[in-house]
Design a protein around this ligand. Sequence first.
Ligand code: NAD
Length: 253
Amino acid sequence: MKRLEGKTALVTGASRGIGSGIALRLASEGALVAVHYGSKKATAEQVVQQIKENGGKSFSIGADLRTLAGVNKLTETFAEEIKQRTGSRKFDILVNNAGIGTSQTLEETTEEAFDEIFAINVKAPFFLVQQLLSTLRDGGRIINISSGVTRIPFPHIMSYNMTKGALNTFTMHLAHLLGPRNITVNAVLPGIIDTDVNASWLHTPEGQATAKSIAALGRAGDISDIADVVAFLASNDSRFVTGDTIDATGGGH
Ligand code: NAD
């Protein structure tokens, strides 16, 4: 029997990058996976299609997570869709993966950019959890995709680092709040991962040299390096792990 057979999962920002890898991995373990996307429906549908071709179960949901209205739309549609497919509005696994980065220094950061990054990286996970708490089953899982930058200073991406620090704190406090329901809450802290957001600099000789010098393992991570950690956290194998911030950086600091 697969580890997540009979479970239902929601992965935010799953139309591409790390999120799509997590969706594929959880589905390969037997979960019914909701592939959330911001605006790229066609790309999300490709992920759903791939899951189905692999014998898995999936569907896509679109919602812009910059606003509370978008979060409301996501939670309402998710509940309706899973009720149709499983007969219940209850679910088991929430992966807060959707996020944006920045390349602005402290001096360059505008109010608009600051508000946007906090809205997507912090406000959306907070209100998603608030709204989904009553339908997340006891024994369920919340997994937040944070970042290795919370461990080391990167002053050129100050506001991004702050959002992920907030996510780590949220993780720790939620774990204590939800422990009595046997719900575990953990954060995964990826290092440099080979996704579209890093391609322009990582796929250069200098980029490869940087990745090699930062990580003890001497390379950037693949999407599967993160998806495998998330699959462990989503499964019963991690039942005694909670409130933790788990580095998946290849020894990046
Ligand atoms: P990505 O840009 O490829 O994917 C981000 C996802 O978030 C996309 O699916 C996008 O649609 C979604 N998203 C962005 N804005 C949205 C909005 N307004 N509404 C709804 N969805 C929105 O990035 P990635 O590299 O796959 O990163 C995924 C997560 O991992 C992010 O939280 C990121 O901060 C974190 N992370 C990435 C790295 C890395 O090196 N790639 C390292 C550490 C942490």
